[in-house]
Design a protein around this ligand. Structure first.
Ligand code: GLP
Length: 244
């Protein structure tokens, strides 16, 4: 993994969006994107929407797979990642609805295991992810792969860490309302992506950024598994890079 530091997260986000746009234009037949939620990618999506509206970037050839979703979670809920993705990207571009894949937080307990297997198979059926966009949680999670996640893990349900739930608490008006579980792509799923860009903005991420990049690879910081990927870039603003 190598890292690049930008003055501001806005500058960085625009560069990332332009890399994605170039890939979409190159892969005319089918471009498979792995997408992330959270505050970190918001500006990237904003720039992609701008490129669609002002520069004719089409998403007709784009297939997307989102990393994760809370469980249980209704898709109409404003806290759902389903809602987030439509609000920030899908409602504003010409992507075909059938090309959008987001883990279903409404799947029954009984069908959950098979659902996760099928999600993984579907990614593979499209030839794998051409590009995976990632944020990072303060536990070192990518997607919702919390500490302890195996480097070969696949799409599955997972129990969220207390720190992750407390970071999400404001959006849910209290930690008691944050779901205890999630569905997430695995580390193995993510690592198979041909290209990975991981973003971190702000002081709050500085420590986990240092652990991810400079410490040894460990299940305690799942993002550190990315050190083994041959085409991964950690994009940082100055604050997130301050401990490197
Ligand atoms: C959530 C998401 C992650 C995301 C992380 C960081 O836990 N499941 O995919 O990377 O939050 O969020 P933020 O970008 O808001 O800091």
């Amino acid at each position: 993994i190598h890292n690049v530091v930008f003055k501001s997260s806005d500058d960085a986000s625009i560069i990332i969006a332009h890399e994605i746009a170039e890939l979409i234009r190159e892969k005319q037949d089918c471009c498979v994107l792995g997408l992330a939620t959270g505050s970190s990618p918001i500006k990237v999506y904003e720039e992609l929407v701008r490129l669609h509206k002002e520069e004719g970037l089409s998403f007709a050839n784009v297939v997307t797979f989102n990393l994760d979703e809370y469980y249980p979670m209704d898709r109409s809920n404003v806290q759902s990642y389903h809602y987030f993705m439509h609000e920030h990207l899908f409602n504003h571009v010409d992507i075909l609805p059938e090309n959008i894949h987001i883990p279903d937080g409404n799947i029954t307990q009984e069908n959950l295991h098979q659902y996760c297997i099928d999600y993984e198979l579907k990614i593979n059926a499209f030839g794998g992810l051409d590009f995976q966009l990632l944020g990072i949680g303060r536990t070192g999670h990518i997607g919702f792969n919390e500490p302890g996640s195996h480097y070969n893990s696949v799409t599955r349900s997972i129990t969220l860490d207390h720190l992750t739930r407390s970071d999400a608490a404001p959006a849910f008006y209290g930690i008691e309302n944050v779901p205890k579980k999630a569905i997430t792509m695995g580390i193995g799923t993510i690592k198979k992506a041909k290209r990975i860009v991981i973003m971190a903005w702000g002081h709050k991420k500085a420590e986990v950024v240092k652990q991810t990049i400079e410490d040894s690879i460990t299940a305690d910081v799942p993002a550190s598994y990315l050190q083994e990927h041959n085409n991964a870039t950690f994009v940082l603003d100055q604050e997130a890079a301050e401990e490197l």
